[in-house]
Design a protein around this ligand. Structure first.
Ligand code: ADP
Length: 474
């Protein structure tokens, strides 16, 4: 078989496709769950970070206002320390946006009081998903917040300068207070928006995760169920096959038993009669009587020969494989007739042939067995009492099949025997045959996936029609 032919004929069994689907689904499920959990965990880290950012900003504002009114240097120190928290986050944001050094970003997040275990997730989510809508929106809010933090920082510097140069007036205090409150209000809105956007994203991811999990689990369940139903079907089919084979084996065994029993009996009986004939011939002086005994001996031997031939046909039919080859029906008929002309009275019979189909594709050995047995029976069971004895042979094509017809005007078959003639060892006249002929014919016909029909009427004649399918039907 060529490579292209092999590829054309090659079909992956269904079960393997199902197993591959299950395997891929499981792998995808694991990957999707892993990354979703990573995204959700990073989102949580950002929400956490935002609360530090917000607290830092609020504490810084509070210390700045206290500093504005008390001018205590400690309050200034606390203000700058708290302001570093949102500023650190701001550095991380700018570095990551500029695709800068991740180490600097991590330092920024650490200053922003993020937990060290969250740093990887924070950087990973930003780097890989900064352009995804919900994160892009949150980053935008964050940027606006950073700008306000910068404004707070500038106001802080101005307040500090005025305090240091003792130039802070009550009006300045009022003005700075209102600016700080204003920034705080705006930052509160930004921070809320930031958290809400992340929360929204988290919820969307969660629903998406649930849907994908359900879809993949359904695919896995369906594939596994189909896999099991295919396996169960195959198991049942092979069980049935084994049962049929077992039944066949029992039938063959029974046939074999019968065959051995009858064969030993039928093989012995001509020998026994031959021995008896020899004994009485030895005592006989009359030459005519001796000739008669010799004729009987010849008959016994012919019967033995026929039986051995039947056994050989039986064995060939059982043993040999069906081989489809070009066969000439005409040649098979000619050969069979010439080989069977030795049968008593055969030369008195008129043979007619109408060969409409000659060359066919079939099994030569089986056709030879079929034709030879049908013609031999037609000769053996010819009606000697009739003035004209004939055997008509026909081949033709009908209903998409080749047909062989062997008809005679012999003794015909009694209705009571018609159902039994194809059975092993069934014969109405044990002197004429072993009873194996039509049994072998039936088996040979079955081997080439054909069929055989018989039409017969006692004293009128018989007709056997064999249907041979075209070779591609075998
Ligand atoms: P046998 O060896 O006895 O001929 P077969 O199996 O060939 O065994 O045939 C079984 C029986 O069918 C025969 O004994 C005979 O009674 C009947 N039979 C077969 N062919 C014909 C025929 N052409 N005409 C009449 N009877 C036939």
């Amino acid at each position: 078989m060529s490579k292209s032919q092999f590829l054309k004929n090659f079909r992956l069994p269904n079960v393997f496709i199902l197993l591959i689907i299950v395997f891929i689904s499981c792998a995808l499920l694991i990957c999707i769950n892993f990354f979703t959990i990573k995204i959700l965990s990073a989102n949580r880290a950002y929400v956490n970070g935002e609360s530090h950012y917000s607290k830092g900003q609020k504490d810084a504002s509070r210390h700045l206002i206290t500093y504005l009114y008390t001018k205590e240097p400690n309050q200034w120190k606390l203000y700058t320390e708290e302001l570093k928290v949102p500023q650190g986050d701001g550095i991380a944001r700018k570095t990551l946006l500029a695709v800068g050094d991740n180490k600097v970003a991590r330092q920024g997040f650490t200053i922003g009081r993020n937990h060290k275990d969250d740093l990887d997730d924070l950087v990973w989510l930003f780097v890989n998903f900064k352009n995804i809508s919900f994160l892009a929106k949150a980053i935008h809010e964050w940027e606006e917040g950073d700008n306000l933090i910068h404004e707070l920082f500038v106001i802080g510097t101005q307040i500090d300068a005025k305090i240091k140069y003792d130039a802070l007036t009550a009006t300045d205090q009022q003005k700075f207070l209102s600016q700080i409150s204003n920034i705080s209000d705006k930052l509160t809105i930004n921070e809320r928006n930031f958290s809400n956007t992340l929360g929204e994203g988290t919820r969307k991811i969660k629903s998406l995760l649930i849907i994908t999990n359900i879809v993949f689990i359904l695919i896995i369940i369906l594939s596994v169920c189909t896999y099991y139903s295919i396996m169960v079907k195959r198991l049942l089919a092979s069980k049935k096959e084994i049962e049929i084979k077992n039944e066949d084996l029992l039938v063959v065994n029974r046939e074999l038993d019968r065959f051995v029993y009858s064969a030993s009996h039928d093989l012995r009986s001509p020998i026994t009669s031959l021995k008896g004939l020899i004994e009485i011939t030895q005592l006989e002086d009359d030459i005519d009587q001796i000739k008669d005994y010799l004729r009987l001996m010849h008959q016994s031997l012919a019967k033995q020969d026929q039986f051995i031939n039947d056994i050989i046909d039986y064995s060939k039919n059982k043993r040999k494989q069906v081989i489809i080859e070009p066969v000439s029906l005409r040649e098979l008929f000619e050969e069979a007739i010439s080989q069977l002309m030795h049968i008593e009275n055969a030369n008195r019979i008129t043979f007619t042939q109408e060969i409409l189909v000659d060359q066919i594709q079939s099994d030569g050995l089986r056709l030879k067995i079929i034709i030879s047995n049908l013609i031999s029976n037609a000769i053996k069971y010819a009606d000697n009492s009739k003035l004209e004895m004939f055997i008509s042979i026909k081949t033709y094509f009908s209903d998409g099949c080749n047909k062989i017809e062997v008809a005679d005007n012999g003794i015909g078959i009694n209705d009571e025997f018609k159902d039994s003639i194809f059975e092993m060892y069934f014969g109405t006249n044990k002197n004429k045959g072993s009873g194996l002929g039509l049994y072998i014919v039936k088996e040979a016909v079955e081997n080439i996936k054909g069929n055989i029909a018989v039409f017969s009427e006692s004293t009128i004649g018989s007709k056997f029609i064999v249907t041979i399918p075209n070779s591609h039907g075998i």
